[in-house]
Ligand binder design. Structure first.
Ligand code: MF3
Ligand code: CO
Ligand code: CO
Length: 279
């Protein structure tokens, strides 16, 4: 930008709004988020060797429930807005909020498992993709593109950057370079002592727009990327979101905090299993 150009007025407006609406957390809060993030990551690690042909998502849900409760956590989704399960399990063309059920997973499927825990009042929210047996190249490519999309979004996080910078980093890669589609109807969110708060982290956008990031802000980055077009619809169960064109969809999610230097990821896998293939 040259000296005579000013940022878009939205930047000023967003900065004013964020000053009142987005919680700035202290060092103890980072400690709380590390503990919550670690537990949710342990659960996602625990599920790695369990996801295989023949296993049901209801069984995975039971494993996650038991491990979470046995390790000082509360399953945050259970009872949230009437949701009755620990995990969301989104298979193939399911975009998000898939409900665990008794249908066995089949060779070649891809599944997102999304888990949120509360530890000492702090929320940790993360999801990963899992490959069921041998998976075709087309689906594996989507999973790779989606993981890289999340990483590029995270890499855009630093004090002074904006939520629009995050969205632009994701969209320019996933759509611009990789010809996939970024889902518009669901977004990342602030979290901390609450599950869903400001700022909204939309996974598309323009550099410099949105809310200015400050050290101590906590939020998720959780892009949903479709192989076809971005349209989604919610099924009659009130939860399951699917691609309108029934194309495959993938998602990864980390909970992060803005630091003086840039960003801290709270939900990294202790086993290094952040991205498949895991084993
Ligand atoms: N974990 C999801 C998110 O990323 C929210 C799921 S809400 C539920 O924000 F009720 F569907 F579990
Ligand atoms: Co989330
Ligand atoms: Co989640």
């Amino acid at each position: 930008m040259t000296g005579s150009e000013l940022p878009s007025p939205d930047v000023f407006e967003a900065a004013r709004r964020s000053a009142v609406a987005v919680t700035i957390h202290d060092a103890d809060s980072f400690e709380g988020m590390r503990r919550a993030g670690r537990l949710v990551a342990e659960v996602l690690d625990l599920l790695v060797p369990e996801v295989k042909p023949g296993v049901t998502t209801a069984y995975l849900d039971k494993l996650a429930y038991e491990y979470t409760c046995d390790h000082g956590g509360i399953p945050a989704c259970l009872g949230y807005r009437g949701y009755r399960h620990t995990l969301c399990t989104s298979v193939n063309h399911v975009v998000c909020h898939g409900i665990p059920n008794d249908k066995p997973l089949r060779e070649g499927e891809i599944v997102n498992i999304d888990h949120t825990v509360i530890v000492d009042g702090w929320y940790g929210d993360s999801s990963r993709m899992y490959l069921v047996g041998d998976v075709k190249l087309k689906a594996r490519r989507l999973v790779d593109v989606t993981y890289e999309s999340m990483l590029r979004g995270i890499a855009a996080v630093k004090p002074g950057a904006t939520t629009g910078d995050i969205g632009h980093a994701i969209q320019s890669y996933a759509e611009g370079e990789e010809r996939c589609a970024v889902v518009r109807d669901f977004c990342g969110h602030g979290l901390g002592r609450v599950f869903h708060a400001l700022p909204n982290i939309v996974h598309y956008g323009k550099p410099g727009y949105g809310i200015a990031l400050k050290p101590g802000m906590f939020f998720t980055i959780e892009p949903m990327i479709n192989l076809g077009s971005y349209g989604v619809k919610v099924l009659n169960d009130g939860w399951t979101a699917v691609t309108r064109d029934r194309s495959l969809s993938a998602q990864f999610e980390h909970s992060v905090g803005v630091t003086e230097e840039g960003v801290e990821i709270f939900t990294r896998s202790p086993k290094g299993w952040d991205k498949p293939p895991y084993l």
